[in-house]
Design a protein around this ligand. Structure first.
Ligand SMILES: Cc1cc2nc3c(=O)[nH]c(=O)nc-3n(C[C@H](O)[C@H](O)[C@H](O)COP(=O)(O)OP(=O)(O)OC[C@H]3O[C@@H](n4cnc5c(N)ncnc54)[C@H](O)[C@@H]3O)c2cc1C
Length: 390
């Protein structure tokens, strides 16, 4: 029997590691990812200001597993009827159960100019490209450790479109980078809804906005991006000059999923043999709550799927007759949320909002906790050191 886990982000790695310890040894677990490393994506914005953080947040995949087989290959699609994964090299991988954990890609929603001029942020390379674009616009030598801003370059206009978790943190990093490099910059964060971090609780949203504004980010809510050009972002509220335009306005499904994030049942199944976990799905939990695309949810969903899959496999191996086992519904329940805004941090724990050093220590603990939980202890230590050093 073979379980195919497609994608080795938060969802895929958490799921594969759990299955390694719960499934019998003769059940094959195959993990397919186009990348050779697991990326702690919720820290990737840090790389814009601290390129060295990239080493702490990437872990070679074979180091994470005891017995799962890792295949480095791009998934091209899924033939669910034939229970086959189509790989980009033309080969196929058959499976008994599959878990699609392929994450998401940036959505441009067909807004003119966004695909061409908007820089996405989903990988280390994206973060380095944003850094390079900012330093180049500022006339700063990107290679020079002691680089000095070229005063003749004038003020740098930076626009970040979309104020979800990634947009908030990206705007914060760019404002902090400008300060550190002595660059005169205007960083504007745009959001079409009335609030920053719109999918999160009200008191958290308010604290995040205050932190952004206290750290030199201009926040413009109720503002819809209508077009991007080489040097400006046009909105329904007017045109904003943009030497650097970062687009974090939304996500959609990967090409392998036909660009779709399918709606899954509350047990996170798409059909009897296919689970979709993390950003790859639109999930509504057991209480009817839409689950926000987040690392926290991806990890917790994977735990539910691990226990459901183990039950199904056990049932199949026993060739049990009668009803298939009941599966647990996923209940969205996270202890809170934490975002960084440059060197500031806002944490919401239950009803409490915490900022400052305590929140910063919690943020370091979250990333490090994930890395430790997947066995990457050295990376965890490096991440804490870099988080607390700034
Ligand atoms: C800048 C930024 C900041 C964020 N901050 C936070 C935060 O503070 N808190 C929080 O909870 N969330 C945060 N998020 C969101 C969080 O990172 C995502 O929700 C999370 O990564 C989803 O996990 P996942 O396992 O579903 O997908 P991912 O972590 O994206 O993993 C998907 C995996 O699939 C692989 N893959 C994709 N397509 C293919 C293919 N065709 N073939 C083979 N492999 C493929 C990828 O290489 C990757 O390893 C942030 C995101 C960003 C970009």
């Amino acid at each position: 029997m073979r379980i195919a886990i497609l994608g080795a982000g938060y969802a895929g790695v958490t799921l594969a590691r759990r299955l390694e310890s719960t499934l019998p040894d003769d059940v094959e677990v195959v993990v397919v990812d186009e990348s050779e490393t697991h990326l702690v994506k919720h820290e990737v914005h840090r790389v814009i200001r601290r390129p060295a953080v990239a080493d702490a947040i990437r872990v070679p995949l074979p180091e994470l597993f005891d017995r799962a087989t890792v295949r480095t290959e791009r998934v091209a699609g899924l033939g669910r009827d034939a229970r086959t994964v189509h790989l980009a090299d033309g080969s196929e991988l058959s499976y008994d159960y599959a878990a699609v954990c392929l994450g998401s890609v940036t959505a441009e929603y067909g807004i003119p100019g966004v695909a061409e001029f908007g820089l996405p942020l989903a990988s280390v390379d994206d973060a380095l490209a944003i850094r390079a674009a900012f330093l180049s616009a500022a006339g700063v030598d990107a290679d020079g450790v002691e680089s000095v801003a070229d005063a003749s370059a004038g003020s740098v206009d930076v626009v970040v479109g979309g104020a979800g978790l990634s947009g908030v943190q990206t705007a914060g990093e760019l404002a902090a980078l400008a300060r550190e490099e002595g660059v005169d910059a205007d960083v504007t964060l745009l959001e079409q809804l009335p609030h920053v971090a719109p999918n999160f609780p009200e008191h958290f949203r308010r604290a995040v906005r205050e932190e952004l504004e206290s750290r030199d980010v201009t926040v413009s809510t109720d503002t819809t991006v209508e077009r991007a050009t080489a040097d400006a972002v046009e909105t329904d509220q007017g045109t904003i000059a943009a030497d650097v335009f970062v687009w974090t306005g939304g996500i959609t499904g990967t090409e392998a999923m036909g660009g779709d994030r399918p709606l899954v049942r509350d047990d996170l199944r798409l059909d009897d043999r296919t689970f979709v976990v993390g950003d790859a799905a639109r999930a509504v939990d057991a209480d009817g709550e839409p689950v926000p695309a987040s690392a926290s949810a991806a990890i917790r969903e994977a735990r539910t799927v691990a226990s459901n899959l183990s039950r199904l496999v056990e049932h199949d191996l026993e060739e049990a007759r009668g009803f298939r086992p009941r599966l647990d519904p996923y209940r969205f329940d996270v202890p809170g949320w934490i975002v960084t805004v440059g060197d500031g941090t806002v944490a919401q724990l239950g009803p409490e909002v915490v900022t400052g050093k305590a929140a910063r220590a919690m943020k370091a603990a979250v990333g490090a906790g994930h890395l430790s939980s997947v066995g990457a202890v050295r990376n965890a230590v490096d991440l804490v050191e870099s988080e607390l050093a700034t």
